[in-house]
Design a protein around this ligand. Structure first.
Ligand SMILES: Nc1ncnc2c1ncn2[C@@H]1O[C@H](COP(=O)(O)OP(=O)(O)OP(=O)(O)O)[C@@H](O)[C@H]1O
Ligand SMILES: [Mg+2]
Length: 269
């Protein structure tokens, strides 16, 4: 089933600059789509339009065949429950004056106001356990946590409303490499165990290969290429993708595979 259908999307910030130009793609249920491209290629703009944080100049975003830009307040609330986002700087994305319990519970207070206190606490306990956090941490504040823990808290806050799509804008680029692997493995688990779909924006082509089913390459706001991950890495069609892949050491596939395995394993420790 197609969850998300982006059609001929363009975003112009001014007459000279098209941040996105005629971008179209579909995302199926359970699919993880990587979005790569150099800085300024339009990746975050695409995420913001999908989240309805930014209006497109042209084109449309459809969620389960319904246009996101023409949703009424009830439909929009529903959409906000089904599509959640996590951000690059995990500490920045958390309110410093709220406890972890308040932060994680907040989306539910807005999206499921019918829950009583006990039900709310039960849901929070359940999601923090799944994210590898402990109950004893619930009354602490964000600055008391490491970057990796803050990102787990951000993912818990997103997952508590049981979304179907997680939009991830460079969720690990601010973290140390070993912590990156832990967070990526957590996302992989969510995909495998809960069938969560993802849009995964990243600069790191090794991580994208490890996590994503398909990859969309953006170049100056346009789609340079979209293909299944292995097809794209093994026989990139566009000259831009070829240049992008050439800039990382992927020449020996066996060696690269071993490197990724070792890297993923380091995250299990
Ligand atoms: N609010 C804005 N006003 C004006 N221009 C903007 C705005 N947001 C983004 N842009 C421009 O749109 C283009 C795409 O920006 P975007 O942030 O989507 O790129 P990106 O691929 O996410 O880059 P990065 O990898 O650095 O995060 C850039 O040229 C940027 O300067
Ligand atoms: Mg960006």
């Amino acid at each position: 089933m197609t969850l998300l259908h982006v059609t001929n999307l363009s975003v112009e910030f001014d007459k000279q600059l098209k941040a996105l130009n005629n971008v179209s793609f579909k995302l199926k249920q359970g699919e993880v789509l990587g979005i790569v491209g150099e800085s300024g290629s339009g990746k975050s703009t695409l995420a913001r339009v999908i989240m309805r944080l930014q209006r497109p100049t042209e084109g449309s975003v459809q969620w389960k065949s319904r246009s996101v830009s023409s949703m009424n307040p009830t439909q929009l609330r529903n959409y906000r429950q089904q599509v959640q986002m996590i951000f690059q700087d995990p500490l920045d994305a958390l309110n410093p004056r709220m406890t972890i319990a308040q932060i994680i519970g907040e989306p539910l207070r807005y999206l499921s106001p019918q829950l009583n206190r006990q039900q709310l606490q039960q849901k929070i306990a359940c999601v923090i356990a799944a994210m590898g956090l402990s109950r004893s941490q619930l009354n602490r504040y964000p600055h008391e946590f490491s970057g990796g823990q803050c990102q787990r808290i951000g993912i818990a806050r997103a997952m508590i409303v049981e979304p179907q799509l997680l939009v991830c804008d460079e969720p690990v680029s601010a973290l140390d490499v070993s912590i990156q692997a832990q967070i990526i493995n957590l996302l992989l688990e969510l995909k495998q165990q809960q069938g969560l779909s993802m849009l995964f924006i990243s600069h790191d082509l090794s991580i994208v290969r490890h996590l994503c089913d398909r990859v969309l390459v953006l170049y100056k706001g346009e789609i340079a290429e979209i293909a299944d991950t292995e097809t794209l890495y093994q026989s990139p069609k566009s000259a831009y993708t070829q240049r992008l892949l050439a800039s990382i050491p992927l020449h020996d596939p066996v060696q690269e595979c071993e490197r990724i395995k070792a890297w993923a394993k380091s995250g299990d420790e």
